[in-house]
Design a protein around this ligand. Sequence first.
Ligand SMILES: O=C(O)CCC(=O)C(=O)O
Ligand SMILES: [Fe+2]
Length: 369
Amino acid sequence: MPARLSEVFRAHPVHLHDNNIEFESVQEVPDSHAWPQVIDYPSEDLYDVQEVPIIDLMDPNAAKLVGNACETWGVFQVTNHGIPIHLLEEVESEGRRLFQLPAQQKLKAARPPNGISGYGRARINAFFPKLMWSEGFTIVGSPVEDARQLWPQEYKTFCDAMEEYQKEMKKLSTRLMWIMLGSLGITQEDLKWGALKGESEVTSAALQLNSYPPCPEPKRAMGLAAHTDSTLLTVLYQNSTSGLQVLKDGVQWVTVPPKTGALVVNIGDLLHILSNGRFMSVLHRAVVHRTRHRLSLAYLYGPPSNIQISPFSKLIDQKHPPLYHPVTWSEYLGRKAKHFNKALSTVRLCGPQNGFIDMNDQNRMKVEW
Ligand SMILES: O=C(O)CCC(=O)C(=O)O
Ligand SMILES: [Fe+2]
């Protein structure tokens, strides 16, 4: 198994660079991008009946609220998170500068079929017969090599902004992880790799830039199809155009409305595993807008890629048997590349029994605690 994040897709190449369209110039959604009736928008009166929690990290109750949101939603927004607004504005503007480049220029930094970083479509396109209304750029470690392909001269402002952002995101994600684990009674002693320093650290995250151009027929297109993240947790910055939706209780898509300066945090499959099913790895997707361009930056935070992840023994007892067998992040990414949304069930240890049913299993029913 590959130990480095950059190598995890070597055995799972995907060829996604055909059929490129100039999104901005088309008058209607071409057949290659037309999804049959997928966007079952909730009707206006259902829209936001339930609201994704917004948590002020300075609130003395923040830890409790975070724990609760992880168990009931698997997603929340945070304010007072310490990331300076000017940095958010800077990465947004650099991201926009990237996606505004001509297609031929962007393709100079095309993500290789078996690689992880660079420009291209979301890998999950490979699981669907239709293409998504989006483009992306993935950064693992330093973006400099790819950025030089895009801008032989002016790559530095992009790299500086993205590197600073990754540094800040890493601090925030680590802080959030400990708040979440704390709510489960997990301490530093229970998570040895949490204190690891050294080379393995730098490979434990990826930064995914997503661009969703305006779409003449938004209901016939899909920005990013429903998926869970293969991370511990993801921190997402979205610009002022809405599009992110999360599935609540397996039945209702709820929009996560953009809130100036706030960040969206969602649980990924690995924290779901560590928490033995107690935290939800939330199913989410991105829809598109008729006139507005949407940009998002997802910081995909994971453990060192070769460390075994399994449910904490503290969370296991007779009533709560372990739900998953150990898996490393790089191994899990390989499973995701092969099985997509069924990856979690491939590491599942025991089936649902006596009301002990996992929120993330195929039937999407609730764990009783
Ligand atoms: O653009 C969004 O809101 C969602 C992005 C996302 O889910 C991802 O990059 O994994
Ligand atoms: Fe995602």
